[in-house]
Design a protein around this ligand. Structure first.
Ligand SMILES: NC(=O)c1ccc[n+]([C@@H]2O[C@H](COP(=O)([O-])OP(=O)(O)OC[C@H]3O[C@@H](n4cnc5c(N)ncnc54)[C@H](OP(=O)(O)O)[C@@H]3O)[C@@H](O)[C@H]2O)c1
Length: 304
C-alpha cells in the first residue's frame, strides 16, 4: 500500500465513475483527477453544470465527461436522477461526495421533512446508492465521504432528526457519523453476501477552495467574506485539489479493499494514507441501527 503517487494515477480508461456534488469543491477536483486518468466521469450538480464541464474539458482534453442534475436533499430528485444515471451505466465507482458543510443556527428541513444535514449528507446518499444498486458493476466501489468532525461530537441515533436539541455543528457531525456507519455497514453486508463490490470511506482533511489550484468558474465562487475567512485558515489547511486525493485513492488504488478508510497523513493535510475511524460509528450495532433508521426515514429498502 505504500508508494502511492496521487499525481500519477493508474489508468482509469474504461471505467465509468459518478461523482455527486461535483460542480465545485472536493467533488470537482475528484472528477478532474479521475478524468485526467482516463475515466468516463459523470458529475452530478444541483444547478448548471456548464462551468464545471468546461473546466473539466480544459484540464482533461478529450475526456468523456457529462452531467446529470441531482439534489441529494430531495427524494423526488434522487428518484428522477437514478434512472438517468443507470442508463449511463454500468457504474464502476459511485462517489457520494455531495454534502452540506454549513448551515443556519436554526434547525432546517429538507423538502421531505428530514433534518437538512442528515437528510443531505447521509439519508440522500443512502437512498441514491440503493436506487442505483442494480446499475453498479459487479466489482463496483462505493465511496462515502467521511470527516474528522466525527471526533468532535458523539452521535445520538435516538435523535436523528435533531428534534430534541439542535446545533448545526452537532448535526453536521452526526451526518458524518452516519456516513461512516453507512460505509462500514455496507462493507459488512457486501462481505456477508460474498459480493465483489467494495465500500470504502475517505475524508479530505481540512480542505479550502482558496488554497487549491485556480479553476475559473469553479474555485472562485466564494463571497469576499468567505474568502477573507479562508485566508485566516490557510496555514492549517490544504487545497480542495489535495483534499480530493484520499477520495481518488479509495476509488482507484488497485490494492485497496472494502472497509478501508483513507485520509491525509497529518489528518488535516498531507498525502493520502490509510486512517482509523472513531469507534462509535464504525461498529456493527451502530451500523445496523443506522440502516434501519435510514430505510424508515427514506422509505427506500436497501437489500445488498
Ligand atoms: N472541505 C473539507 O475540509 C471537508 C472535510 C471533511 C469532509 N468534507 C466532505 O467532503 C465533501 C465535499 O466537501 P467540500 O469541501 O467540497 O464542500 P463544498 O465546497 O461546500 O461543496 C459541496 C458540494 O456538494 C454539493 N451539494 C450541497 N448540497 C447538495 C444537495 N442538496 N444536492 C446536491 N449537491 C449538493 C454542492 O453543490 P452546490 O454548488 O449546488 O451547492 C457542492 O458541489 C462533503 O461531503 C463534505 O462533508 C469536506
Amino acid at each position: 500500500m505504500s508508494g502511492w503517487n496521487p499525481t500519477a494515477l493508474p489508468s482509469q480508461a474504461g471505467r465509468t465513475i459518478v461523482v455527486t456534488g461535483a460542480g465545485r469543491g472536493v467533488g470537482y477536483f475528484t472528477a478532474e483527477q479521475l478524468a485526467v486518468a482516463g475515466a468516463r466521469v459523470i458529475i452530478t450538480t444541483r444547478g448548471d453544470a456548464t462551468r464545471a464541464l468546461e473546466s473539466l474539458r480544459r484540464a482533461a482534453p478529450g475526456a468523456d465527461v457529462s452531467a446529470v442534475t441531482l439534489d441529494v436533499a430531495s427524494l423526488a430528485s434522487i428518484r428522477a436522477a437514478a434512472p438517468e444515471l443507470a442508463a449511463l451505466g454500468p457504474i464502476d465507482v459511485l462517489i457520494n461526495n455531495a454534502g452540506k458543510t454549513s448551515g443556519s443556527k436554526r434547525r432546517e428541513a429538507t423538502v421531505d421533512g428530514l433534518e437538512i444535514m442528515v437528510g443531505t449528507n447521509a439519508l440522500g446518499p443512502f437512498a441514491l446508492t440503493a436506487l442505483l444498486w442494480p446499475a453498479l458493476a459487479d466489482d463496483a466501489r462505493i465511496i462515502s465521504l467521511g470527516s474528522m468532525a466525527t471526533r468532535l461530537a458523539k452521535a445520538d441515533l435516538t435523535d436523528l432528526q435533531g428534534e430534541r436539541s439542535y446545533s448545526t455543528s452537532r448535526a453536521y457531525a452526526l451526518s458524518k457519523h452516519l456516513m461512516h456507519a453507512f460505509a462500514f455497514e455496507l462493507d459488512r453486508r457486501l462481505r456477508a453476501s460474498g459480493s465483489r463490490r467494495m465500500s470504502l470511506l475517505a475524508h479530505p482533511g481540512f480542505a479550502l477552495d482558496g488554497s487549491a489550484s485556480r479553476r475559473p468558474g469553479v474555485t472562485d465562487l466564494a463571497s469576499p467574506a468567505q474568502r477573507f475567512g479562508e485566508r485566516l485558515l490557510r496555514p492549517m489547511a490544504h487545497g480542495k485539489d489535495r483534499g480530493a486525493w484520499p477520495v481518488v485513492r479509495a476509488a482507484t488504488d488497485p490494492d485497496a479493499t472494502g472497509g478501508q478508510f483513507f485520509g491525509p497523513r497529518r489528518n488535516v493535510t498531507g498525502p493520502p494514507v490509510l486512517t482509523t475511524p472513531v469507534a462509535q460509528s464504525a461498529g456493527a450495532a451502530f451500523g445496523a441501527e443506522f440502516w434501519r433508521l435510514a430505510e424508515e426515514a427514506t422509505g427506500v429498502t436497501f437489500t445488498v
